[in-house]
Design a protein around this ligand. Structure first.
Ligand code: SF4
Ligand code: SF4
Length: 134
């Protein structure tokens, strides 16, 4: 059963513009989710640098949810546990099942990512301008 509200990728949809922008834990260079955790339940893997939750320690304070810069930490209110993408330990299932290959996994070209992010506002403005013309 699909439950998009619990997806560990956050998709921001601009319905009027027909644009969807995905967000997922990168992770950050400085991880505020780790810094704010009062019980050291949010941790960082020393090798991959990915952040992950130690559910045995987590007290569900939700500080990490509020601190996440991309809004990609969620509280599953059914199972009452924090959920976040941890890249499936380096072999993400989403990339394997994506039918169109829209999700791929590999080394990140940070300069290219920052360049693409910088272009988003201008891209949205251009779409909005084009849409308003007709
Ligand atoms: S919800 Fe859990 S992992 Fe997140 S900050 Fe609180 S104790 Fe740490
Ligand atoms: S969970 Fe959020 S704050 Fe933490 S490293 Fe990932 S993107 Fe950054």
């Amino acid at each position: 059963m699909f439950q998009p509200s619990l997806a560990r990728l956050r998709i921001v949809s601009y319905d009027d513009l027909g644009v969807d922008i995905p967000f997922v834990c990168g992770p950050c260079e400085e991880a505020p989710c780790v810094e704010v955790c009062p019980v050291y339940a949010m941790r960082r893997d020393p090798v991959s640098k990915m952040t992950f939750v130690d559910h045995d320690r987590c007290i569900l304070c939700k500080s990490c949810v509020a601190a996440c810069v991309y809004g990609v930490i969620l509280l599953d209110t059914v199972k009452m546990r924090i959920v976040k993408c941890d890249h499936c330990g380096g072999d993400p299932a989403c990339a394997k099942v994506c039918p169109t290959g829209a999700i791929s996994y590999g080394p990140v070209d940070v300069a290219a990512v920052l360049d693409r992010r910088r272009k988003i506002p201008a891209y949205l403005e251009e779409i909005e301008r084009t849409a308003s013309q007709g």
